[in-house]
Write a protein that binds this ligand. Structure first.
Ligand SMILES: [Zn+2]
Length: 224
């Protein structure tokens, strides 16, 4: 029986923090991080935190059925009808995790923006918002410099991770690395086999390479 919460299934002991569910140590450290950043006039705000397996499966199926728009590497829409199954999987994985391997399953990872400079209603979570001219650039630079003092870093960085660069996605790595070490491909295969998941056979046929590329290949943690 799958009892661990590494796959977003279990009753992980989460806490409600600023309207989002988080792993408790992550919430405590995030609070310190936010307090420190506020002194530099940055309002670090969560737009996404814990997400369970079911939620990720819903996202997956919406993208796999063309109900939810697919975006290419430059965040431009891709035509759904032009893709075969494997291309469809590749396109989904560019921006969405396979259910069971999302780091959001752990409560240790958050998507952040700077509420001082952009409203959540206007936020698209695209790289342009976090680059030099974007409203979240100051926050991203600050987090790159000071995040590791609090145990946080960016796991999805250009050229260093299978997942596309996500300058909004921050991870509390002292806890996240424990979860990652629990991730087991055969357990995941058994779990996915039971699900009502679109593209399931094509995913299972290449599950090892998907997990290695999109879960295990991440930017190295900062030296402490
Ligand atoms: Zn994220």
């Amino acid at each position: 029986m799958l009892t661990t919460d590494v796959y977003g299934l279990g009753d992980a002991p989460l806490v409600d923090y600023q309207g989002h569910l988080l792993e408790s140590d992550t919430a405590a450290q995030l609070q310190k991080l936010q307090t420190a950043a506020a002194k530099d006039d940055i309002s670090i705000t969560i737009c996404s935190a814990y997400r369970n397996f079911e939620r990720q499966l819903t996202i997956w199926n919406a993208k796999a059925s063309g109900q939810r728009t697919l975006l290419d590497k430059d965040s431009q829409p891709i035509s759904f009808d032009s893709l075969n199954d494997d291309q469809l999987i590749d396109s989904i994985l560019l921006w969405s995790a396979l259910p069971g391997i999302s780091r959001h399953h752990w409560g240790t990872d958050v998507d952040l923006f700077d509420a001082k400079r952009i409203n959540q209603a206007n936020l698209k979570l695209v790289e342009a918002e976090y680059c030099a001219t974007g409203p979240c650039h100051k926050m991203h630079t600050w987090l790159s410099q000071y995040g590791s003092d609090f145990g946080f870093y960016f796991p999805y960085q250009p050229g260093l991770s299978g997942v596309s660069a996500e300058p909004w996605h921050l991870s509390y790595y002292p806890k996240a690395k424990q979860y990652l070490s629990e991730l087991n491909i055969e357990q995941l295969r058994a779990l996915l086999s039971k699900q009502d998941m679109l593209l399931k056979d094509a995913v299972l046929a290449r599950l090892d390479s998907i997990v290695n590329e999109f879960a295990f290949r991440i930017a190295p943690e900062p030296l402490s």
